[in-house]
Design a protein around this ligand. Structure first.
Ligand SMILES: *Cc1c(COP(=O)(O)O)cnc(C)c1O
Length: 393
């Protein structure tokens, strides 16, 4: 069985491109060109060069000795938190800005919720001297003021979306409207493995550098390319897709995604899509969606803004349906405890999102000789206020 996307943009029954007629020219251009471009020699050279000298790759694969002692096993952390701008998101925006340049685009648009993807996009636009417009829900503009300031300092125009709940969904609608009106000169940078085909596959390919590095780094340190399991948090699912990618066909490697359960999966304040959702269409693709009986999207909740999403990428919906990957969840309280544990055992303050993957360590069996990789998707600087409020330092 293949866990990769097929020619029509489907992972099993999930994926596709459910787009309005007016978006066909934009999406068709991307569908026809993306593989040619990202497999071209020039693109590969530029991508590898920027990942190395600008992002700071390879990110370390770190054996967490004290954490391993606690769990009586071998735990490695893939340090995406050490990337420029503090998370894995830059891998994707570097790839997409190079793609946009190859397509001759002069203008970039993006949507952002918490602002992390907006900052990663504004960063690569500054790097390339390309105009950048970021749509952000008006409520999020207020809640995420530091990221808004960063984007503006980087030269991006931040446009508040004032419709609906004034959050991510409304920002996405505004970005799509912009793209429909500017099909020739504009590229839309989506921040996770979501949206219409080819975005899920394209973003997964850019993030796949994570598992590509894990293989040779583990070989270097332990004389084997394959770990026993890989654990990653899942919002839209891009850091998990990248951490799983080169292990998908090695069925002996257990793959575990961890969703945000918020206050608990039995409360109405959760974002555990695969646990609570049903098949449906969101952001122009068929996947699993948190929805009411009559198909209304349920507003998600999580302590971590980056996992606060009512859908999940179609690749994960298929890995879940085929049981190739397992999906667990962690509550806000479990996540805070796991973040504090890592901080005090290893001297690493993780992003709240990444702490979901760490919280899963308590929920699984690991044998002493086994090797478990936790993808540490980002650093905790942006979450200090939340940590301080909870721990009272
Ligand atoms: C945005 C973000 C996530 C969630 O996005 P995915 O597409 O699921 O990876 C996870 N961790 C960090 C640090 C983020 O910034």
């Amino acid at each position: 069985m293949s866990y990769q996307v097929n020619k029509k943009g489907y992972y099993g029954e999930f994926g596709g491109a459910f787009i309005p007629e007016m978006m066909h020219p934009n999406i068709e251009e991307l569908q026809q060109e993306y593989m040619k471009i990202i497999n071209s020699y020039n693109f590969r050279q530029d991508f590898i060069d920027l990942l190395k000298h600008y992002v700071g790759r390879p990110s370390p694969l770190y054996f967490a000795k004290r954490l391993s002692e606690i769990y009586q096993t071998n735990i490695f952390l893939k340090r995406e938190d050490l990337n420029h701008t503090g998370s894995h998101k830059i891998n994707n925006t570097i790839g997409q800005i190079l793609l946009a340049k190859s397509l001759g685009k002069k203008r970039i648009i993006a949507e952002t919720g918490a602002g992390q993807h907006g900052v990663a996009t504004a960063t690569v636009c500054a790097l390339m001297g390309i105009k950048c417009i970021v749509y952000m829900g008006a409520l999020d503009v207020q809640r995420q003021a530091p990221n808004v300031k960063k984007m503006r300092m980087l030269g991006a125009e931040v446009i508040p979306a004032v419709s609906g709940n004034q959050t991510l969904k409304d920002a996405t609608n505004e970005a799509m409207r912009d793209w429909i009106n500017n099909p020739v000169d504009t590229h839309y940078i989506i921040g996770s493995v979501v949206g219409p085909h080819p975005y899920p596959d394209m973003v997964a390919r850019f993030q796949a550098v994570i598992s590509e590095e894990i293989k040779w780094q583990l070989d270097e340190q332990r004389g084997r390319e394959l770990p026993d399991r890989v654990i990653a948090c899942v919002g839209g699912g891009s850091n998990a897709a990248g951490a799983f990618y080169h292990f998908l066909d090695s069925e002996d490697v257990e793959l575990i995604g961890v969703e945000a359960a918020g206050k608990g999966v039995d409360t109405n304040e959760s974002a555990a899509t695969l646990t609570l959702g049903k098949p449906g269409v969101l952001h122009s693709a068929k996947s699993v969606v948190m929805q009411t009986e009559d198909g209304q999207i349920i507003e998600p909740y999580s302590i971590s803004a980056g996992l606060d999403y009512p859908g999940i990428g179609p690749m994960h919906a298929n890995l879940f349906a085929t049981k190739r990957a397992k999906y667990l969840w962690a509550t806000d309280d479990e996540v805070l405890e796991a973040a504090l544990q890592l901080t005090q055992l290893e001297g690493i303050i993780p992003a709240l999102e990444s702490a979901h993957a760490l919280a899963a360590l308590k929920k699984i069996d690991m044998k002493p000789e086994e090797i478990t990789i936790v993808n540490l998707s980002g650093r905790g600087d942006k979450d200090m206020e939340t940590y301080l409020n909870h721990f009272g330092y």
